[in-house]
Design a binder for this molecule. Structure first.
Ligand code: 5GP
Ligand code: ZN
Length: 139
């Protein structure tokens, strides 16, 4: 897509620090290193959100995350990592070109507060599961 910043990086029109490129996807360092070693795994195809990817491209991104996580752990001596994938501005997506974040974590690094606790009652869980299942059955 013409004006997409990740498409421009993929096309080589603006610089990117790549660790991997293949037919379907690229991996480059996030310019804002949430943690040293923070990678972005992006599809070559320009779609905005995860569910717009075809299954093969979605699988490929997930495969790359699994393949590259051990190297990130090795190189950064991290104790763990987060895979993050934001869809839509409400979820914190800033760049509307689908990508996975692979972010190294260290014990007690205190980087993220995480999602809020909201313990639900069994009735609410059942109701929610039913609503989602019904929506799925009509798609
Ligand atoms: P999102 O919030 O969309 O999930 O994540 C977008 C990420 O892209 C952010 O972490 C941001 O730092 C990164 N980013 C934005 N512009 C550039 C850029 O020009 N180059 C690189 N390498 N990363 C970028
Ligand atoms: Zn794009």
């Amino acid at each position: 897509m013409e004006n997409c910043i990740f498409c421009k990086i993929i096309r080589g029109e603006i610089p990117g620090t790549f660790v991997h490129e293949d037919k379907q996807a690229v991996i480059f360092l996030d310019i804002n290193q949430a943690a040293k070693g923070h990678l972005l795994i992006a599809s070559r195809v320009h779609v905005e959100q995860w569910h717009e990817l075809d299954e093969d491209n979605a699988s490929h991104l997930a495969r790359l995350a699994a393949q590259w996580a051990p190297a990130v752990l090795d190189a950064t001596k991290a104790d763990g990592y987060n895979l993050l994938q934001n869809n839509g501005p409400a979820a914190g997506q800033e760049v509307p070109h689908v990508h996975l974040h692979l972010i190294p974590r260290w014990t007690r690094d205190g980087y993220f507060g995480g999602v809020p606790d909201r313990m639900a009652q069994p009735d609410e869980l059942r109701e929610t599961a039913m609503a989602i299942s019904e929506a799925k059955s009509t798609q």
